[in-house]
Design a protein around this ligand. Structure first.
Ligand code: PEP
Ligand code: MG
Length: 576
C-alpha cells in the first residue's frame, strides 16, 4: 500500500477504482492561409465564440438550477474571458498580419494570457489560469470541430485521478458516478475545490506528482478530511475504511435531515448556530449546511501569499458579497489577526521569541493604523449591504478596546465626510481569548455589545500550552477545569449585563464539549459549516435541563480527561 498526503479540499471518505483522465492537450496545427480566406477564418472565430458562450450560459443555467446561483457564478469568469476585447482584438490583428489559421493564432494568444496570469503573485488570480484554459479549450474545440469526451457518462463509481480538473468538468460529474477526485495541482481556493465542496464529493488536491504513480484501476481510498490517499490498500485497511465510509454516510444523512430546522432543545430552548469562514467562496457551504449566519469571518487570507497589500476595494467587494448572500442573517467580520502562527509576507516583522505573546492581532493593528483603518472602512462600507457586525481579536483589556473603537470612529467620520453610506448602528464586539479579558468581561462590556469566545487561543493562554507545538499537545485540554470555569464565568458575567456570548473556537463544534456549553447557556455556536448539521442534531435531541445537569457535573471533575470520559458516556446513553 502506498500513502500520499495532499491538501484536503472536500471532506468525506470514498473508496473506488482509479479512473485516470489525461490532460486534454491544447494543440492546433500551424497552417498558412490565403489573403482571401481571412474573412472566413474571422467568421469561424466569431461563431466559435458565440457557440462557446451559448454552451457556458447553458451550463451556468443547469448549475444554477441544480446547485444554486452562487455555484453558477463560477462561470461568470468564463464569460468574462469570452468578452475580453483585448484578447479578441489581438487574435484578429495577428490573424490579419501573420496570415495563419485562426485556431493556431487563438492558441498562441491564449497561452500568452495564461502565462501572464500564472506569474501573478496573488494566489486567487493565479488560479484563474484554470478558467482561461478551460474556456479556451471550449473555444478551440469549436474552432477545430472536436468533441470532448464527457465525464457525465461514467457507468460505475470511480475515483477521478487527474493532473487538474476544470470547474466545468467537475460540474459535469454526476454525483452517483464519481466517488471522489484527486488532483496533482490546485489549492483551497481553486474553483474545482469549491465545486467539490458544493457537490459534496470528497476531494484531495495538491498531490504534486502522485497521480503519475497511480495506475488505471488501482483501488484507492480518499480521505477528504485528512488529505490522505491510499493506493492498493491491504484487506484490513480497506475493511476499516469501508466500515468508516458506511458509518459516516448513514450518520451524515441522518444529520442532514435537521439542517434547516432551528437548534432547539427538547424542552424548547433555542440556540444560534453559525459558521466560521475564511473565504467568500464558502458562503454556499454555509447555506447548504444550515448555518444561521457567519459567527467568524477570518480575514487574514487577504494578506497571504502576496507581496502587496490588499486594497480597500478588495476587502469591500468580498465583505459585500458575503453580506449580500447571508442577509438577513448576520456576518461577524473579525479584523486582521496577524502574528502567532500566521505570518504575512508583506511585513518584515522581526523574529520574536514568543510570537503568540508578541506583536499580534489588535496590537499589530493599533501600531499600524493605516492598515487597520483601511479594513475598518471596507467593513463599514459593506455594512450598507447586509447585516454586518465587527469584532476585534485578542483584546486583553479595555484600553485596547477603546483605542480600536477610536480608530473605528475615525473611519466612520471619514466616510461621513465623503458621503459614503454605511450602517451607523453596526454592532462592535470583542473576542474573549485572553485570560485577562475573560476575567474582566464586565469592564469590557462598557465598550462592546457582544462577545465571542476564542477557545483556540483561550486554552493555550490559560494552560500555557503552545497550540502549535506537538510536544505539549497532550496538555491542550478544552475540558480542563480551569477552562470550563473561565467559560462559565464569561457567560454568567456577560449575561448579568445583558450581553450575548458566542463561541467561535473549535470547541464549539465538538459534540463532547457542546453538551457542556449548552448547559452553561452559551448563546451562539460558530463552527466549520460541515459540522453544523451534526451539532443541530445533537441540540435537538437533548433537553436543556439534562445539559444543565451535565454541565454542573462536568464542573466537579479534577481533570479534563475525566470530564471527557464523563460526557462521552452521557452522550452514548443519550444517542445509544
Ligand atoms: C480562537 O482563538 O479560538 C479563534 C477562533 O481564533 P483563531 O483560531 O483564528 O486564532
Ligand atoms: Mg484566536
Amino acid at each position: 500500500m502506498i500513502k500520499f498526503k495532499g491538501i484536503a479540499a472536500a471532506t468525506g471518505i470514498s473508496i473506488g477504482p482509479a479512473y485516470k483522465i489525461g490532460k486534454e492537450e491544447l494543440t492546433a496545427l500551424k497552417e498558412a492561409i490565403a489573403e482571401k480566406d481571412i474573412p472566413l477564418e474571422l467568421q469561424l472565430f466569431e461563431e466559435a465564440l458565440i457557440k462557446t458562450r451559448k454552451e457556458v450560459i447553458e451550463l451556468q443555467k443547469r448549475i444554477s438550477f441544480e446547485m444554486g446561483q452562487e455555484e453558477a457564478r463560477i462561470f461568470d469568469a468564463h464569460l468574462l474571458v469570452l468578452e475580453d476585447r483585448m484578447l479578441i482584438e489581438e487574435v484578429i490583428s495577428r490573424l490579419k498580419k501573420e496570415k495563419l489559421n485562426v485556431a493556431y493564432i487563438f492558441l498562441e494568444v491564449l497561452k500568452k494570457y495564461a502565462d501572464i496570469f500564472s506569474k501573478i503573485e496573488d494566489e486567487y488570480l493565479r488560479e484563474r489560469v484554470a478558467d482561461i484554459n478551460d474556456v479556451g479549450r471550449r473555444i478551440l474545440r469549436h474552432l477545430i470541430g472536436k468533441e470532448r469526451p464527457g465525464l457525465s457518462d461514467l457507468k460505475e463509481k470511480v475515483v477521478i485521478v487527474a493532473h487538474d480538473i476544470s470547474p466545468s468538468d467537475a460540474a459535469a460529474m454526476h454525483k452517483q458516478n464519481v466517488a471522489a477526485f484527486i488532483t496533482d495541482i490546485g489549492g483551497k481556493t481553486s474553483h474545482t475545490a469549491i465545486m467539490a465542496k458544493s457537490l459534496e464529493i470528497p476531494a484531495v488536491v495538491g498531490l504534486q506528482d502522485a497521480t503519475l504513480k497511480i495506475k488505471q484501476g488501482d483501488m484507492l481510498i480518499v480521505d477528504g478530511l485528512t488529505g490522505i490517499v491510499m493506493v492498493e490498500p491491504d484487506e484490513e485497511t480497506l475493511r476499516i475504511y469501508q466500515q468508516e465510509e458506511k458509518k459516516l454516510k448513514n450518520i451524515a444523512d441522518k444529520f442532514l435531515l435537521v439542517k434547516d430546522l432551528p437548534a432547539v432543545t427538547l424542552d424548547g430552548r433555542e440556540f444560534k448556530i453559525s459558521a466560521n469562514i475564511e473565504f467568500p467562496e464558502e458562503v454556499p457551504s454555509v447555506k447548504l449546511h444550515g448555518g444561521e449566519g457567519i459567527g467568524l469571518y477570518r480575514t487574514e487570507f487577504f494578506y497571504m501569499n502576496r507581496k502587496d497589500l490588499p486594497s480597500e476595494e478588495e476587502h469591500f467587494e468580498a465583505y459585500r458579497y458575503v453580506a449580500l448572500h447571508i442577509k438577513p442573517d448576520p456576518v461577524i467580520i473579525r479584523t486582521l489577526d496577524l502574528g502567532g502562527d500566521k505570518f504575512l509576507s508583506q511585513f518584515e516583522i522581526p523574529h520574536e521569541m514568543q510570537p503568540f505573546l508578541g506583536w499580534r492581532a489588535i496590537r499589530f493593528c493599533l501600531a499600524m493604523q493605516d492598515i487597520f483603518k483601511l479594513q475598518l472602512r471596507a467593513i463599514l462600507r459593506a455594512s450598507a449591504y447586509g447585516n454586518i457586525k465587527l469584532m476585534y481579536p485578542m483584546i486583553s483589556g479595555i484600553e485596547e478596546l477603546r483605542q480600536a473603537n477610536n480608530v473605528f470612529y475615525q473611519a466612520k467620520e471619514e466616510l461621513k465626510k465623503e458621503g459614503i453610506p454605511f450602517n451607523e448602528n453596526i454592532e462592535v464586539g470583542a473576542m474573549i481569548e485572553v485570560p485577562s479579558a475573560a476575567m474582566t468581561v464586565d469592564i469590557l462590556a462598557k465598550e462592546a455589545v457582544f462577545f465571542s469566545i476564542g477557545t483556540n487561543d483561550l486554552i493555550q493562554y490559560s494552560l500555557a500550552v503552545d497550540r502549535v507545538n506537538e510536544k505539549v499537545a497532550y496538555l491542550y485540554e478544552p475540558a480542563h477545569p480551569a477552562v470550563l470555569r473561565m467559560i462559565k464565568n464569561i457567560i454568567e458575567t456577560a449575561h448579568k449585563v445583558n450581553i450575548k456570548v458566542g463561541m467561535c473556537g473549535e470547541m464549539a463544534g465538538e459534540p463532547n464539549f457542546v453538551v457542556i456549553l449548552l448547559g452553561m447557556g452559551l448563546d451562539e455556536f460558530s463552527m466549520p459549516p460541515q459540522v453544523i448539521p451534526q451539532i443541530k442534531y445533537l441540540i435537538r435531541s437533548i433537553s436543556f435541563k439534562d445539559a444543565q445537569e451535565i454541565a454542573q457535573e462536568a464542573l466537579n471533575f479534577s481533570t479534563g480527561k475525566e470530564v471527557e470520559d464523563f460526557t462521552r458516556v452521557r452522550l452514548g446513553e443519550l444517542f445509544k
